[in-house]
Design a protein around this ligand. Structure first.
Ligand SMILES: Cc1cc2nc3c(=O)[nH]c(=O)nc-3n(C[C@H](O)[C@H](O)[C@H](O)COP(=O)(O)OP(=O)(O)OC[C@H]3O[C@@H](n4cnc5c(N)ncnc54)[C@H](O)[C@@H]3O)c2cc1C
Ligand code: FES
Length: 265
């Protein structure tokens, strides 16, 4: 029987600095060639003596047999410790956990706030070269310095419909106006017949949903990835309950309809 609590050692194969408090790490497991995940799933990652926490997988699921990436922001003791990892260092991981985003069957709009593009990057990477759909990416962040994947946004902008807005400053060539991601949604012509995947700080969801509805988006196409504080990560401790479901086991991705019914939106 598969043991969901089993910790597996993984070692760091690459570190990419995203900003002063965030790095993207590539990890390799002993049996990496057997590893599979869905875009939107997360890993529980830990260091002995520091505990463990959930982190979304940010790499392309198609590269899963070579490595998986985690993009980690330092906000406390554990995430700070994880951000000091160097190539060759070891950690302990469990997963992948969660449901992930639904299969992409139409045009795709990705909306990320703050660090919210982390799981969306995995979806983007998986679908970026498809000829049968169009991609639109809208990102909102506080400042240039707090952006993650800055270099990648340059490439996305050259090939796809891309919008970036910063709360506190403008950014030549990218963000001409200050504001929130909801201001971008208001301003942009959204792709028609599209699934919309959203990830960002909890406070943003209600406002994003409101703007999308104002633009006559079909609620059945809207999906939100939630970040709740977690302990077990596998539906046992009840720390992450939302309505009748657990974010760790049934989520982190939920439909608009479920979140509306649960009075979350
Ligand atoms: C499904 C899921 C996916 C996540 N993916 C990522 C990711 O890709 N990259 C990343 O950097 N972080 C991610 N997080 C958040 C990450 O798990 C927390 O930042 C981490 O647990 C902090 O641990 P710590 O011991 O360093 O800080 P703590 O000392 O536990 O917390 C430090 C501060 O961060 C706040 N905080 C901790 N956890 C959360 C949370 N879940 N939501 C909001 N505030 C929180 C605390 O209230 C406190 O103010 C994810 C969380 C979930 C639930
Ligand atoms: S984290 Fe324990 S039930 Fe979700």
């Amino acid at each position: 029987m598969k043991n969901i609590y089993e910790l597996k050692p993984a070692h760091v194969t690459k570190v990419i600095k995203e900003n002063s408090i965030t790095n993207t790490f590539n990890f390799k497991l002993k049996n990496q060639n057997e590893f599979k995940f869905l875009a939107g799933q997360f890993m529980m990652i830990g260091v002995p003596g520091f505990g463990e926490c959930p982190i979304s997988i940010s790499s392309n699921p198609k590269d899963s047999t070579r490595h998986f990436s985690l993009t980690i922001r330092s906000v406390g003791e554990l995430s700070g410790k994880l951000n000091s990892l160097k190539v060759g260092d070891n950690v302990l991981v469990r997963g992948p956990f969660g449901n992930g985003f639904p299969e992409v069957t139409k045009n795709l709009i990705l909306i990320g706030g703050g660090c919210g593009f982390i799981p969306l990057r995995s979806v983007f990477e998986e679908n970026r070269n498809r000829k049968d759909i169009k991609l639109q990416v809208l990102v909102g962040c506080a400042t240039q310095d707090s952006l993650v994947f800055k270099r990648e946004y340059l490439k996305i902008k050259n090939k796809h419909d891309f919008g970036l807005i910063l709360e506190h400053e403008t950014m030549p060539g990218f963000a001409r106006q200050k504001g929130f991601v909801t201001d971008l949604i208001k301003k942009k012509k959204l792709l028609k017949d599209a699934q919309i995947f959203v990830c960002g700080p909890e406070v943003m969801y209600k406002f994003v949903a409101k703007e999308l509805l104002a633009k006559k988006v079909d609620p059945a196409n809207m999906f939100f990835s939630l970040e709740k504080r977690m302990h077990c990560g596998v539906g046992v401790c009840q720390h992450c309950a939302i309505g009748t479901k657990y974010v760790c086991k049934d989520g982190p991705v939920f439909s608009y309809d479920f979140l509306k019914l649960s009075k979350y939106l």
